[in-house]
Ligand binder design. Structure first.
Ligand code: NAP
Length: 276
């Protein structure tokens, strides 16, 4: 019988995941279908009961459910537990098991552009759910320094204190980050600044950016945000959020099927969805 997979979230209509995963099921001959499901914040518990009753094989979790789903799952992968967020669920013999592939998806995508992360000074801009997954993953990967610049400094401090993996870190504000920007080899932009409706906003000034730095934005729509455009104009290397998106999806697909899929194929599907 055809297996059912899904992505749950609110809003969900514009998710690129159904096109990406349905193409992969067809490509790899997996008899399955991936469905976007609109699940509102206060309907999550009932939705999970329904999904279990119909025997869903697995699903992705997006805003606003990544954190609130945790107490409703049967088991949790230790990294997802440490991060405090789940983006992938696998139905393992009738039990819903939660994983987080955002951080490892980000790291795998980063390594395709920037093979050496050891010994590097990194600044993460933002301290939300995505920043948390990326911080925990990079802290484990052994970078030299991992600072966080956030509008609400207290949230950055909490994130650093919550992380079980030690790395030299400071929670800083925008002004301090701008003054010391030349210290960083990599900037990772994780706020929604640069995405509609804030397409003309910059999270911080790049005045002191090193010209050989890499600026990585996890937004992929638009493919080039204002911060990436400014970094490119300064001669720095840039990376958009498409790599993270396809790698987190590839890692979820691997958990569901045992197959690690073709990344270029996934990128092309998303680029087609974005209008070429
Ligand atoms: P989130 O948990 O809501 O966190 C948002 C972060 O951005 C917070 O640190 C927040 O600061 C900051 N922020 C929001 N608006 C701001 C503003 N106007 N000025 C300054 N800072 C602002 O969101 P998230 O889940 O981490 O997602 C963040 C972004 O990543 C979204 O654009 C999402 O689409 C993207 N994303 C991409 C991928 C991918 O696969 N490429 C995966 C996940 C997420 P405060 O703490 O001060 O509120």
């Amino acid at each position: 019988m055809k297996k059912l997979f899904a992505v749950i979230g609110d809003p969900i209509a514009h998710s690129m995941s159904p096109a990406m995963h349905n193409d992969l099921f067809q490509t790899y001959g997996v008899d399955a279908h991936y469905q976007p499901l609109h699940v509102k914040r206060d309907s999550l518990k009932e939705a999970l009961i329904g999904l279990k009753a119909i025997g869903i094989a697995g699903f992705n979790v997006t805003v606003p459910h990544k954190e609130t789903i945790i107490p409703l799952l049967d088991k949790l992968d230790p990294l997802a537990e440490a991060i405090g967020a789940v983006n992938t669920v696998v139905n393992e013999d009738g039990e819903f098991v939660g994983y987080n592939t955002d951080g490892s998806g980000y790291l795998q995508g980063l390594l395709t552009q920037w093979p050496t992360i050891k010994g590097k000074n990194i600044l993460i801009i933002g301290a939300g759910g995505a920043a948390r997954a990326i911080y925990f993953t990079l802290a484990q990967a052994g970078v030299k320094r991992l600072d966080i610049c956030n509008r609400t400094i207290q949230k950055a401090e909490e994130l650093i204190n919550d992380c079980p993996f030690h790395v030299p870190s400071a929670a800083i504000g925008k002004e301090e980050a701008e003054i010391n920007l030349s210290d960083y080899h990599l900037l990772i932009q994780t706020t929604p600044m640069g995405m509609a409706p804030n397409i003309d906003s910059l999270p911080l000034s790049l005045h002191k950016l090193q010209t050989d730095a890499l600026v990585s934005d996890i937004i992929y729509n638009p493919l080039e945000t204002k911060i990436l455009r400014e970094a490119r104009n300064k001669g720095a290397k840039i990376q958009n959020g498409l790599d993270m998106f396809v790698y987190q999806g590839a890692l979820a697909f691997e958990k569901w099927t045992g197959i690690f899929p073709n990344i270029e194929r996934m990128k092309n599907i998303v680029l087609n969805q974005l209008g070429g």
